[in-house]
Design a protein around this ligand. Structure first.
Ligand SMILES: [Fe+2]
Length: 232
């Protein structure tokens, strides 16, 4: 069975994810040990933080990493994507292919501000969908302005929801865990992913064991083996 991580910062020297190839390989080895079979590299595209590594540069770095991974014979498939900080420029960026969906799919990983300002998630979803893409909202549990109803509304609008494995375990923040488990129970979550950066573990194995214990294996399948990004 495929285990899919749709949100990682593994590519070297394109954002705050990995400082060099050696670290990237270490992160891939951890993914393999955790059972990940399909991994999407999703570098930040976030102009305000000056993460604006171009698609062509990311593609070149990705090809290099993939060559090393294949030479080492690791049983893992890699795909390229972007984690896009949503702004009014995002639609044009998608049209220009400055930013890209997850692999060959129509799924687009979007991130929003975690501050106190209420972001208009609905408008972002509407705009991205009007281009024919399916928005995936990255680490939804971090958007404190999004109440329980908002999770249901964004799903109704046709977006998918990703939460972080560390939040499932309550590692970074207990309130994130409470929120995530409640939303999983309501069937509103589509993906658990690592959002891995060099300074943390991917936590996927522990998170999947915990979900299995609490909700059973069918929920593990729904959240960790969701193959939509491989086919749609
Ligand atoms: Fe991320």
């Amino acid at each position: 069975m495929n285990m899919i991580d749709i949100h990682t910062h593994i590519l070297p020297q394109v954002d705050d994810g990995s400082p060099n190839l050696e670290t990237s390989i270490f992160m891939i080895e951890e993914a393999v040990k955790s059972g990940v079979t399909d991994l999407f590299c999703t570098p930040h595209f976030y102009r305000l933080k000056n993460y604006r590594s171009s698609f062509s540069h990311n593609q070149a770095v990705f090809n290099e990493l993939q060559t090393v991974v294949q030479a080492k014979g690791y049983p893992i498939r890699l795909y390229l994507g972007s984690e896009i900080f949503y702004t009014i420029e995002t639609i044009q960026d998608l049209r220009d292919k400055t930013v890209i969906p997850l692999g060959q799919s129509k799924l687009v990983l979007l991130e929003f501000s975690t501050g106190d300002d209420h972001e208009d998630l609905g408008e972002a979803i509407h705009n991205v969908r009007s281009l024919g893409f399916i928005p995936v909202l990255a680490h939804m549990e971090r958007y404190r302005y999004a109440g329980d109803k908002d999770w249901a509304i964004v799903k109704k609008m046709g977006a998918l929801i990703q939460v972080n494995a560390a939040s499932v375990l309550g590692i970074s923040n207990r309130s994130y865990q409470k929120k995530v488990l409640k939303m999983i129970k309501q069937g509103l979550v589509d993906f658990v992913a690592s959002d891995i950066h060099q300074f943390r573990s991917n936590h996927l194995l522990e998170a999947s064991l915990m979900i299995q214990k609490k909700f059973g294996f069918s929920m593990v399948e729904q959240l960790f083996h969701n193959e939509r990004p491989l086919h749609e």
